[in-house]
Write a protein that binds this ligand. Structure first.
Ligand code: ATP
Length: 848
């Protein structure tokens, strides 16, 4: 495989002259060239190579020699398959650096600023900035060196920045790929210079920037981003660049905050706060910013403090041994730096102030001049805010035999697939001027990158390739991804934020307030009245404590704001307070102790500061005072209302309040009406009952009369010798009296006809009794029964019989009428039932 010769890279020439590094950035590059070399620090005599922060695990694991790099999936699994590396971080007092040379391990701003042996530009900060297209994604390819024995599957043409499959003399355009840069060497410096440095500068100038590594598993992404002892990766180099930038920019002041997170199985974890609840993504749509709620941000003030943050985060990353990589990242990790900066005020004043009033530990506090007036005031310019995201993606991988790894692999592949789809859609939209829906929300990674991918960031992608022939298909798909992402259009804008939203401004303001308070206290203490008065010991202690507290706070806050002077002052390398030292120790041990104590102190102070930062950055509670007033007003109103109610109740203890009375009256009136209605209905029903009873009574009487008449009639018949049952049965021979019975019955018949006629005309005064007299003719109402009934009746009563009406149920015994008729015919020989009773049974039925 062709390898890039170790020479200075030709600066990338943009295809369009329009979209190149901005004038401001070029200007900065030249300013960096003018930056004086920093003054030697406490250990600066040993300017050695930069050592990246490493966790215990990575320190014990020596960087594998290239032949050991798995070129193809190795089937031998290591005995211990690491899960999370949590808990492997060194305790605070455990030396973090190789035992052989402590001084070499101490990296502070001065040492890294001048001795960049491993860098392509040899630590020369004036090295010209590579020009990059600002409206396109910068795409670099890095081919991992092949194992000695294994042939490489790819051919690189360095001058053309082209790569194609080996063995084809003239590859088709589809199989020939051209990018911004192609790297094949082991050192990371050239790659950093071209692929990341311009983006770090853009970030420091106020643009959001993203650098990420993409490629199949074991292709070298972590090597590229984090690196190792010998080859620091993009992240440590970028941090160093940031501090170099601050030192070269005296006209601005900066506040830096770091966070470190990972997306593991589609859940976001805070690597700086392991065990804390998972991070949620908010916002991000419609060009808005993404908010990672709950993510811890730590304020960093020196390289050492950033290293410490990195070390902690690295220690919590999830890595594991896979078939392809002994230490494979099982998550996407994102190291974020937030930079707030603003123009400084009167610099000369600040510098004077600084030189005039050194603090206890030699640090100069800008604007802090003891009893002097506050230091340089800011001109009130706006604050720039930008985010740099350095992302180490997990690598795409084939299925593995391990269940847990397979599950992780599935999540990894799915999110990478979504990233690919998002990139394709964006590229297509840009090429065809379309605005098709981009599925950012399909994965946490794309959702988090939404503002950047949609254009508001300078993006650089390093696509890593495994040169092995067995990995050609994965390499091909990586190159296709790289080609697609080149088509994404960018248009990053600087973000200026309102002063009040900026943490840097809040700190500045607090510093000013504290200084004013301090000055006032000092003035009071100097007042003649106080001086002449003899202060009690208690008062003196309190006063002194208050002053010290104010001073300490001012110093702490001032330390957070970085300027070109504070960054290079070198006081970070000294312990802030005396430590207990055993002088019997060897100088080496003492150095170790000092170093450890210093680190511990720094770590603690960083934690305090970051907690303060988190507290300060916390969104303001909605107008507390207003809220309080509102609540008090509400309570007062409630009390007033209650008082009114109580008063009214007391006043109307006898008579209920008018409103209530009306209500009660209304309610009871309604009840009364309802009751009245019910009573009226019942009365009507009772009246009807009475009426019915009356009728019944009347009918009964009539019936009785009829019965008697009938009995009299029959008796007369009997007395005439025309006995109903048998003439022989009658003991007396009765002779018929002329006109007697017939006259009586014709009269009754007449009366009955009148009654029927009256019923037909609706005259209710005439009987229309609903009372029915049922005769069970089928059972015991045989004709003989009548005979015996009549026989039982005294003959003298018969004359009183008037009329009797019968109702018989024909259905019960259809023969009853014929029987009655027959019986009567038998008895009378000449009377029909109708003639006897005056009316037929049916006619006697009441009107329905
Ligand atoms: N350019 C390079 N030069 C020398 N060694 C390299 C290079 N790239 C990768 N390596 C080595 O290859 C091995 C695998 O690399 P690395 O862990 O960075 O892969 P990765 O892409 O991050 O894998 P994963 O996605 O599984 O995390 C490491 O031992 C690393 O040191």
């Amino acid at each position: 495989m062709a390898s890039t010769p170790a020479k200075r890279p030709t600066p990338f020439t943009p295809r369009t002259t329009r979209s190149t590094t901005t004038a401001a950035e070029r200007d900065l590059s030249s300013r960096l060239a003018r930056t004086p070399a920093p003054t030697p620090a406490i250990l600066s005599s040993t300017h050695k190579k930069y050592k990246a922060p490493l966790s215990t695990e990575s320190r014990t694991r020596k960087v594998p020699a290239l032949p050991t790099v798995p070129g193809s999936p190795s089937k031998s699994r290591p005995t211990s398959r690491a899960g999370s590396r949590m808990g492997t971080a060194s305790p605070a007092l455990t030396p973090m650096f190789p035992q052989h040379d402590v001084e070499e391990s101490v990296v502070d701003f001065q040492s890294v600023g001048v001795d960049l042996t491993g860098d392509e530009h040899g630590g020369d900060v004036s090295f010209p900035m590579t020009e990059v297209a600002v409206d396109k994604v910068m795409v670099s390819v890095r081919v991992r060196p092949a194992a000695k024995s294994a042939p490489t599957a790819w051919t690189v043409i360095p001058g053309e920045n082209t790569i194609h499959l080996s063995g084809t003399a003239s590859p088709s355009p589809a199989n020939k790929f051209t990018f911004d840069t192609i790297h094949t060497t082991e050192p990371t410096a050239p790659l950093y210079t071209t692929a990341a440095r311009p983006h770090v500068h853009a970030f420091m100038s106020g643009y959001n920037a993203v650098v990420f590594a993409y490629g199949q598993t074991a292709s070298g992404k972590t090597y590229t981003l984090s690196g190792n002892d010998d080859q620091p990766g993009i992240i440590p180099r970028a941090i160093r660049e940031i501090f170099a930038f601050i030192r070269a920019t005296p006209e601005r002041e900066y506040l830096l905050r770091c966070s470190y997170l990972e997306i593991y199985n589609e859940t976001i974890h805070d690597l700086l706060a392991p065990g804390a609840k998972t991070i949620e993504i908010q916002g991000g749509s419609a060009g808005g910013e993404v908010i990672l709620s709950g993510l811890r941000e730590e304020v960093v003030t020196s390289l050492a403090s950033v290293r410490e943050v990195l070390r902690r985060g690295e220690g919590n990353r999830r890595t594991a041994s896979t078939d392809w990589n002994e230490r494979s990242s099982r998550s996407h990790s994102v190291f974020r730096v937030v930079c707030e900066s603003r123009e400084r005020g009167d610099r000369s004043c600040g510098e004077e102030d600084r030189s005039a009033t050194p603090t206890m530990n030699g640090r100069h506090t800008p604007g802090f001049g003891g009893r002097q007036t506050p230091g340089p005031r800011l001109r009130g310019s706006s604050v720039q805010s930008s985010v740099l995201s350095l992302i180490d993606l997990a690598g795409s991988e084939r299925a593995t035999s391990d269940k847990e790894r397979t599950k992780e692999g599935r999540y990894i592949n799915t999110s990478l697939l979504t990233l690919g789809t998002v990139i394709s859609t964006l590229a297509e939209n840009a090429a065809k001027g379309k605005s098709d829906h981009v599925p950012y929300r399909n994965s946490k990674l794309t959702r988090m990158l939404q503002p950047s991918l949609s254009g508001n960031a300078r993006i650089s992608v390093v696509c890593t390739l495994n040169p092995d022939a067995s990995a050609v298909s994965e390499s091909m798909s990586t190159l296709q991804f790289a080609r697609r992402i080149k088509g994404v259009h960018l248009n990053a804008q600087k973000k200026e934020i309102v002063d009040t939203d900026a943490l840097i401004e809040r700190y500045r303001k607090e510093i000013e307030d504290l200084k004013t308070r301090l000055a006032e206290r000092e003035k009071e203490a100097d007042a003649p009245s106080v001086r002449t008065r003899r202060l009690s010991a208690r008062e003196q202690i309190d006063e002194s404590k208050a002053m010290t507290d104010l001073n300490t706070r001012i110093k702490q806050l001032t330390k957070l704001i970085l300027t070109s002077q504070s960054v290079g002052s070198g006081d970070d390398s000294r312990p802030g307070s005396p430590v207990k030292i055993d002088f019997d120790m060897s100088p080496y041990q003492l150095q170790q102790e000092l170093l450890a104590a210093r680190l511990q102190l720094e770590s603690q102070s960083n934690q305090i500061l970051s907690l303060e930062a988190t507290l300060t950055a916390r969104p303001e509670l909605p107008a507390m005072e207003d809220e309080k007033d509102k609540r008090i007003a509400e309570q007062a109103r409630t009390i007033r209302e209650l008082e009114t109610v109580v008063r009214e109740y007391e006043e109307s203890a006898v008579q209920p309040p008018r409103v209530d009375r009306e209500d009660v009256e209304k309610e009871w009136q309604a009840k009364l009406d309802a009751e009245r209605k019910v009573v009226a209905e019942k009365e009507a029903w009772a009246a009807e009952l009475v009426r019915q009873l009356e009728k019944e009574k009347k009918v009964r009487l009539q019936l009785e009369e009829e019965r008697r008449a009938l009995a009299a009639f029959v008796s007369k018949f009997d007395s005439l010798g025309l006995g109903l049952l048998s003439a022989s049965s009658s003991p007396v021979k009765v002779m018929p009296s002329p006109g007697g019975a017939s006259a009586s019955y014709s009269g009754r018949r007449e009366a009955r006809q009148q009654q029927v006629a009256a019923q037909n005309t609706g005259d209710t005064s005439v009987d229309s009794s609903p009372i029915r007299m049922s005769l069970d003719l089928s059972m015991n109402a045989k004709f003989g029964a009548h005979a015996s009934l009549l026989e039982q009746m005294p003959e003298e009563d018969w004359t009183e019989l008037d009329d009797v009406s019968f109702e018989a149920e024909a259905g019960r015994d259809s023969k009853w009428s014929s029987r009655v008729g027959k019986g009567l015919r038998v008895a009378s020989g000449k009377f029909s039932s109708r003639e006897i009773f005056g009316v037929s049974a049916k006619e006697n039925l009441p009107a329905a």
